[in-house]
Ligand binder design. Structure first.
Ligand code: TXA
Ligand code: MG
Length: 355
């Protein structure tokens, strides 16, 4: 049975539900909780049995390592061998916050199942009072991937976690909707501190990394289909995908809308249930050819599209949509739009059309 605990997003760290959930973690249980990015599925990072329960509940491939979540900087020293100066700067600038740093692991500090046998460990300090209180209540570093079944869109509401994992995990702390809506940025410092390499774009943008480490070059991992061996193992798997076939149409807004309408109409004639993912400003431009129109944020504000993407993708599944086109998202820049497009094109398994 999965226990549900409902708390306010700014609940007191001594709220009885948080203490109870923390106790469950300390005893080797699995607990889902909100962060500022997406909901995570937590377990004691030092307890191999507990960590294995995460992989089992999610159906996650065992070679994909987990992020270790901490609530205090003292915990970092127990997990890693050393923190280089550039990583230290990034920590000062962004923690607590949506930046995960890959650092040299202290041997034996966490279960080898967390690091999937790598010599590095990915660590982050989430900027969410409920997450921080829960980690403190557990008194342990908490390994936590996103709290979805593997391959599904990450959860931005406790209801998404329940849909995917009810009966498979110990408990869910419902602290309301998450903030950013996409996962943390995963980065590793290389070249003796001279390079910050982004393995996964996310909540901390490339522009923000450049500003915080002006002495370093900031690079972004190539899209997984271009890289021979993705260095962040998670990037090679099918992700975030709705059940219907999704493709993304890029280009001038009028042409993209026209192209999407045409594709939807054709699909409908062959008996598909059709859906379109668009921006609020364009929602009115679709007629009978779409069985479901899902607005996802505003064209003027990429962070609103980021916040709404995963819930939007889940709506297509709820409505039994079999054919989906996405349209109308700006393609450029090193802001949050980069992470948004990374997730959207992954959800589409890189089926992209340009008009
Ligand atoms: O925002 C987030 O990061 C959320 C919340 C819950 O904190 N967590 C999350 O975890 O997205 P997950 O497991 O879905 O993604 C972890 C990513 C994967 O792409 C994984 O391959 C990568 O981090 N990763 C973990 N450890 C790594 C390591 N030692 N080296 C390189 N990549 C690593
Ligand atoms: Mg995930």
């Amino acid at each position: 049975m999965t226990t549900m605990w409902k708390v306010n997003p700014d609940a007191s760290p001594t709220h009885p539900f948080l203490l109870e959930a923390g106790r469950l973690l300390a005893e080797g249980g699995t607990v889902a909780f909100p962060t500022e990015t997406v909901y995570g599925l937590g377990a004691d990072a030092c307890d191999t049995r507990a960590v294995e329960a995460i992989f089992a509940a999610k159906g996650r491939p065992s070679d994909n390592p987990l992020i270790v979540h901490i609530a205090d900087l003292d915990q970092l020293d127990e997990l890693v061998e050393a923190v280089d100066d550039t990583s230290r700067r990034l920590i000062d600038a962004f923690w607590p916050g949506p930046l995960t740093l890959v650092l040299p692991a202290r041997p034996g500090a966490v279960s080898p199942r967390v690091t999937a046998g790598l010599a590095t460990v990915a660590v982050r300090m989430p900027a969410h009072p409920v997450a921080l209180a829960l980690i403190r209540a557990a008194g342990r570093p908490v390994a936590a991937p996103s709290a979805n079944r593997s391959g599904r869109p990450s959860p931005t509401l406790a209801a998404h976690v329940r849909d995917d994992l009810d009966g498979r995990i110990g408990g869910i702390v419902d602290g309301g909707p998450t903030g950013v809506g996409l996962e943390s940025t995963v980065a590793v410092v290389e070249a003796a501190g001279g390079r910050v390499h982004v393995l996964r774009p996310g909540g901390v943008t490339v522009d923000e990394l450049r500003r915080a480490a002006p002495h370093a070059e900031v690079t972004v991992e190539a899209a997984p289909e271009e890289a021979l061996a993705p260095r962040s193992p998670g990037m090679k798997y099918a992700h975030y995908a709705p059940r219907g076939r999704l493709a993304v149409v890029f280009g001038d807004a009028d042409r993209a809308v026209a192209r999407v309408r045409e594709a939807l109409a054709e699909a409908k004639r062959s008996g598909e249930r059709t859906g379109v993912l668009t921006v609020a400003e364009h929602a009115e431009r679709y007629g009978d050819e779409a069985d479901l129109v899902v607005p996802c944020g505003s064209a003027a504000d990429a962070s609103s599209s980021a916040r709404e993407l995963y819930a939007a993708l889940r709506r297509f599944d709820d409505a039994g949509i079999t054919f989906i086109r996405a349209e109308g998202f700006a393609e450029t820049g090193d802001g949050i739009g980069l992470a948004f497009l990374n997730r959207l094109t992954k959800a589409a398994a890189h089926r992209i059309e340009r008009v």
